[in-house]
Design a protein around this ligand. Sequence first.
Ligand code: GFB
Length: 318
Amino acid sequence: MHLSDSNAPIFVAGHRGLVGSGVVRALERAGFSNLILRSRRELDLLDGAAVDEFYAREKPAYVVVAAAKVGGILANDRYPADFLFDNLQIQNNLIHGAWSAGVKRLVFLGSTCIYPKLAPQPLKEEYLLTGPLEPTNQWYAIAKIAGVKLCEALRRQHGVDFVSMMPTNMYGPGDNFDLQSSHVLPALIRKFHEAKGSGKPVTLWGSGTPKREFMYVDDLASSILHVLRTPEEELFEAAPDGLINAGVGHDLSIAELAETIRRVVGADNEIVYDATKPDGTPRKLVDVTRLFSLGWRPSVGLEEGIRRTYDWYLEQGG
Ligand code: GFB
């Protein structure tokens, strides 16, 4: 059942992460005041018994699963067991627990890396499981595919209203700027900021030719809220399999992204490439027909979003 009551208890799992904190901001702005939030110390999402107990006590009516072990291309490649096991465990506990607790609607957040590495572009939801995955992040992708399928299976077997959204590459205030584990956009903000005025070149990983689509966190959050509020008939007419891509509808190369970030940061360093680092998927642009058909549109352009993210980074002490 869709979200309409502003007093409905809503559990945002992973509320301290990039996406979860954006979802909390969006819900609060829209007047939803009964939010249930738990830090990792208060509730260990890897512990199934603790999650069941939490659901039984708090009885959330709506759940957003924004909790996950995430990271950039190198972290995914280096810690395959963590990315596979932790994510399976967290999402199994949260999704199955939500079904047991009678949750009215759950939105599970997947990732566009669930689609085959060489799928046609833009990526339509029905391309899922039609070809081999990108090897660097297959572990994360397999866990996320299992989550999507668990929502689908619970819907089939028990008639619950659980759906999955596939966000494209996310960024924004609250992002991870650690150069080893971060995604490309925050990494490049940091690299250009630190190199600014030094005359030294900035090194990018890979070849700069892969293309990615970037979505500002508050846009993703507003799309999640939009899906939560969409009546069931309308939602499942647009997405019969319960899968909805979230993106902005256009992409650019990593080299173009680097030039944009260099301009916003106000740096003029030369860009060089480290070919020993992986490129990953050549292109990842999602088809947003389903989401747009529900009446949602993004509102923050890439340059504006990068500027806001850079301002936030500077506020944290750069
Ligand atoms: O954002 P990113 O780490 O992940 O890398 P993916 C995107 C592209 O940017 C790759 C290049 O081609 C990188 O080689 N790149 C260039 C850099 N310089 C850098 C840098 O300094 N740092 C980083 N991190 N990349 C992730 C998946 O894939 O996307 C996750 O591993 C998830 O599972 C996430 O799906 C959304 O876009 O390649």
